[in-house]
Design a protein around this ligand. Structure first.
Ligand code: GLU
Length: 892
């Protein structure tokens, strides 16, 4: 009996123990009612969340006036004597350093939520407010992004100015940063900041950073509007994280570029719920949803940080005490005594390692105790209100803009695409659009990258639209089925309205243009052939003949025979060439001529081979011809030698075909194009019979038609196959596959455009924006980025290209032949003149008519075999006066 009573008693003790909550007091020193409400609400929310746990926090808030340092100290001592396990606040910088020293001494966890410029954090302190230097960096980066060359900082207090001190670094970077303090005019209160602002306006500066307390921000902006500083020429960055809590509606229509920052997203569910809860405590009886939404927009950063700090503190205590891991012994601590709280550091150290998701994003600290890993939202004031246009990541210190942050097309008219969201159809086709290479899982548009993705992004920034990518799985750009007049592929999707825009290697064709609209082309190209690189010409025994083309060799041979003949003829015509064979015989019976046919051929070949002969021309005409021939030989031999050297050193490459006609004419190499692509259709519709033959071949060989460029490239690499492709895609392939090359030139000239529904109202603006990107070099740099730099670009060097030796053709050496011809003609004329002079002298000496003497001379000339003439009467001429003696030819 006794034992059963004992058991029951024990059970009762156990169960009561289970339900007795451990209650811990948490102190708070605050400057206003709002902060207290945030504090108590946050603790309530957390208590509710951990209703079933064995612990509970009880808030002990106290309100102290901002500058009452001693009072704060006394209040803090009072709180410590009540056995609190943590102390929140205060938010005034003056008092907080005293409270911090006290907490450090007593080892009480101290949690702050206000902006603290100190570059060090004390041991027992956790501050959930990011360090001002980080926020200053956001503004710095924004200025950098907007590329402001000069600006004015409008600030109210030195403390606020210090919080953006990083911006002053721009002065040393060659930009101008001027400081102007916001001062109330001294004439009377009503003047406000207007006098000061009017002076600022006179400086003609249009870029401003405003850093002032939220309390005066609205007044400052209003007065700026009154002095005419809220027009579209002005740009402002408001470095106040509570900017969204003020009334901005009066400024949103004037086109002023107002950019702001924030850490709370008032559209988040948790923010709305918490703001609604805080609002309820203010005895506002109507807790309607929409009012909670308004409360979320009015929620100040300090309040949100208090909520986040409470959450962090609560989670820390909970994780320490859960499952009876630890029992926190909250003991009263007295300022006047020397004692301190032994468990304080355990809480603080764990808090610094914890990470919670709060209203201001992730609450987490670095090893120095500063908050890190959070996002600062970038806001822009548009006619539609305050919009989030991007975020700044504190860990990477970089922006990610999701919406345009610059004026559309940088002119005053707002684009009709502004704020619209388009569904953009893409194809996964390198380098136009590809899946982003990353180890982390991506969602939305971030999944894709590539030329077209960047292009759409640039257009969206110019025109202010949003976009969502969707993918055309079958990679079909679009082909018209002529039987039912229906389009498939991307064009079909656009016509059906499933996509607003379509972009890839989408060629603008007349057929497509009939049913959809295209923008101006963003890239120009033509059809060409992708094939393996040319191979070296095989070595040959007759390599020596290659420096000259066949026609040059033939011309050289013909010239040789003609010039030899010319020597023979001129030799006979020129009297001087008839020489006395025995100079010691004063009156020879006959004269000899060295230019027989055989000697002429020998003399000419001797010169050609750069060797001498014993023949030496005597007459002016034969000497002229010799000179011209030697000049000809000099040039020809030098050219031959130089080109032979080139042939021997440079590797000459050949392809089995040089153009599309040669490809079509052969049987060994297979070829094809993209199925349903505009290239195949080009051959189908072309008026040239050779192209129609190619189309017929394609129809007969569907196995050679490819649906994917990558497969086509692999086929070209591994088989004896040529792929008819667009030059841009060929360029992309040959940058990465070094064994491949483009063969021949471009067959046509066309462009890629962005397709949209017929009669789209956006066509003109999109076209204009494409032109703008072209003019500003954006398209060129995108092309370089995706063709030559990213994903293995620039792999294949081009050093051997363009160095091949080619045989010299008549175009190269024709001039020398001309010189030879002209020289020969002149020499002929010379020999006739010589003959005429000689005949004239004879006719005079022998008193013969000139004609008769000439006839006799020519008669002998035409009897080529004759070498003896009638002996003339002596003493009329000297011994060499040849018509009077026998003539013969001598042979060597
Ligand atoms: N650009 C082509 C088109 O739009 C696809 C590629 C090709 O046919 O070579 O159809």
């Amino acid at each position: 009996m006794v034992s059963s009573v004992l058991v029951i008693l024990l059970f009762l003790v156990y169960t009561t123990n289970c339900y007795v909550k451990q209650v811990y007091k948490v102190g708070g020193l605050f400057n206003d009612e709002n902060q207290v409400q945030a504090f108590t609400t946050a603790i309530d929310i957390m208590n509710k969340k951990y209703e079933l746990s064995q612990m509970q926090l009880v808030p002990v808030p106290t309100i102290i006036p901002t500058h009452k340092v001693l009072l704060s100290y006394n209040k803090a001592c009072k709180l410590l004597s009540q056995g609190i396990i943590g102390l929140f606040g205060p938010s005034s910088t003056h008092s907080s350093s005293y409270i911090q020293s006290l907490c450090d001494l007593k080892e009480i966890p101290h949690i702050e939520t206000h902006r603290d410029l100190n570059l060090e954090r004390d041991n027992t302190l956790v501050n959930v407010h990011p360090h001002p230097s980080i926020l200053s960096r956001v503004v710095f980066d924004l200025i950098e992004e907007f590329d402001w060359k000069s600006m004015i900082i409008l600030y109210d207090t030195d403390e606020n100015l210090l919080s953006v001190s990083t911006i002053l670094e721009f002065n040393s970077l060659g930009r101008t940063v001027v400081l102007r303090q916001l001062e109330v005019g001294n004439t009377n209160e009503v003047d406000g900041y207007r006098t000061m602002l009017t002076k600022v306006k006179l400086t003609k500066e249009t870029k401003f950073v405003i850093v002032c307390s939220t309390d005066i921000l609205e007044t400052v902006l209003k007065q700026m509007q009154e002095v005419g500083m809220m027009t579209d020429i002005y740009s402002y960055i408001i470095a106040d994280l509570d900017m969204q809590t003020i009334e901005l509606q009066p400024f949103q229509y004037a086109g002023t570029n107002i950019t702001g920052i924030r850490m709370i997203d008032p559209e988040r569910k948790e923010v709305i719920a918490t703001a609604g809860e805080i609002r309820k405590r203010r005895n506002v009886s109507d807790p309607l949803e929409d009012l909670a939404v308004i409360a979320a927009w009015k929620l100040k950063l300090e309040s949100a940080l208090i909520v986040d700090a409470v959450k962090l503190f609560y989670e820390t205590i909970h994780s320490l005490t859960a499952d009876d891991k630890m029992f926190i012994n909250a003991t009263p601590i007295y300022c006047k005594s020397n004692d301190n709280w032994a468990e304080g550091y355990t809480i603080i150290n764990l808090m610094k390692m914890m990470s919670v998701e709060g209203l201001t994003g992730t609450v987490k600290f670095d090893f120095e105790g500063f908050r890190n890993n959070f996002i600062v939202d970038i806001l822009e004031l548009a006619p539609a209100g305050l919009l989030r246009v991007g975020g700044w990541n504190s860990s990477s210190r970089s922006f990610k803009f999701e919406r345009p942050y610059k004026a559309p097309l940088s002119d005053d008219k707002q684009s009709s695409l502004f704020n619209r969201t388009f569904t953009v159809l893409i194809t996964i086709l390198p380098p136009y659009a590809m899946l982003t290479e990353t180890a982390t899982q991506l969602v939305g548009n971030e999944r894709y990258e590539g030329y077209c993705v960047d292009l759409i992004d640039s257009l969206s920034k110019l025109l202010g639209f949003n976009y969502t990518f969707i993918v055309q799985e079958d990679k079909n750009n679009g082909n018209l089925n002529k039987t039912n007049n229906k389009w498939n592929g991307m064009i079909g999707e656009v016509i059906e309205g499933r996509a607003d825009l379509a972009i890839t290697d989408l060629t603008i064709t007349s057929e497509r243009e009939g049913d959809v609209d295209f923008t101006m082309p963003f890239m120009n190209l033509g059809i060409s052939i992708l094939y393996r690189k040319p191979e070296p010409v095989p070595e040959s025994l007759f390599m020596f003949a290659r420096p000259f083309s066949l026609s040059v060799w033939i011309m050289l041979g013909v010239s040789y025979f003609l010039v030899s003949l010319a020597f023979f003829i001129m030799g006979r015509l020129s009297p001087t060439e008839w020489q006395n064979p025995y100079p010691c015989v004063e009156e020879p019976e006959h004269l000899v001529n060295q230019f027989s046919i055989r000697n002429s051929l020998w003399f000419t070949i001797g010169a050609l081979m750069q060797q001498g002969t014993e023949l030496a021309p005597i007459a002016i005409s034969t000497r002229t011809l010799s000179g011209v021939w030697w000049f000809f030989v000099l040039i020809m031999v030098s050219s031959y030698t130089a080109n032979l050297a080139a042939f021997l050193t440079v590797e000459t490459l050949v392809t089995p075909f040089k153009n599309i006609n040669e490809l079509a004419a052969q049987k060994e190499i297979k070829y094809g194009a993209k199925v349903n692509g505009s290239t195949a259709n080009y051959f189908r519709d072309a008026n040239l019979s050779s192209y129609n033959e190619i189309w017929k071949y394609m129809v007969r060989h569907p196995e050679n038609m490819m649906s994917d460029n990558d497969d086509a490239v692999r086929k070209v690499e591994s088989e004896n196959y040529a792929f008819l492709m667009e030059s841009t895609s060929i360029e992309y392939a040959t940058e990465r596959h070094c064994t491949l090359a483009q063969v021949g030139g471009l067959l046509d000239d066309k462009g890629y455009g962005i397709a949209m529904a017929k009669d789209s109202p956006y066509r003109n603006e999109l076209s204009r924006a494409v032109l703008k990107l072209q003019e500003t070099g954006v398209l060129t740099s995108l092309k370089i980025k995706w063709w030559k730099e990213k994903r293995g670009g620039g792999k294949c060097s081009r050093k051997s290209e363009g160095g091949a030796a080619t045989p010299l053709d008549l175009q190269n050496v024709g001039g020398v032949f001309l010189v030879l011809f002209v020289g020969s003609v002149l020499a002929f004329i010379g020999s006739f003149v010589e003959l005429a002079v000689r005949v004239y002298r004879i006719s005079k000496g022998k008193k013969l008519p000139f004609k008769v003497a000439l006839k006799r001379e020519l008669k002998f000339f035409v009897q080529f075999k004759e070498n003896v003439k009638d002996v003339p009467d002596s003493n009329t001429e000297d011994a060499n006066d040849n018509n009077l003696i026998d003539k013969t030819e001598i042979e060597y």
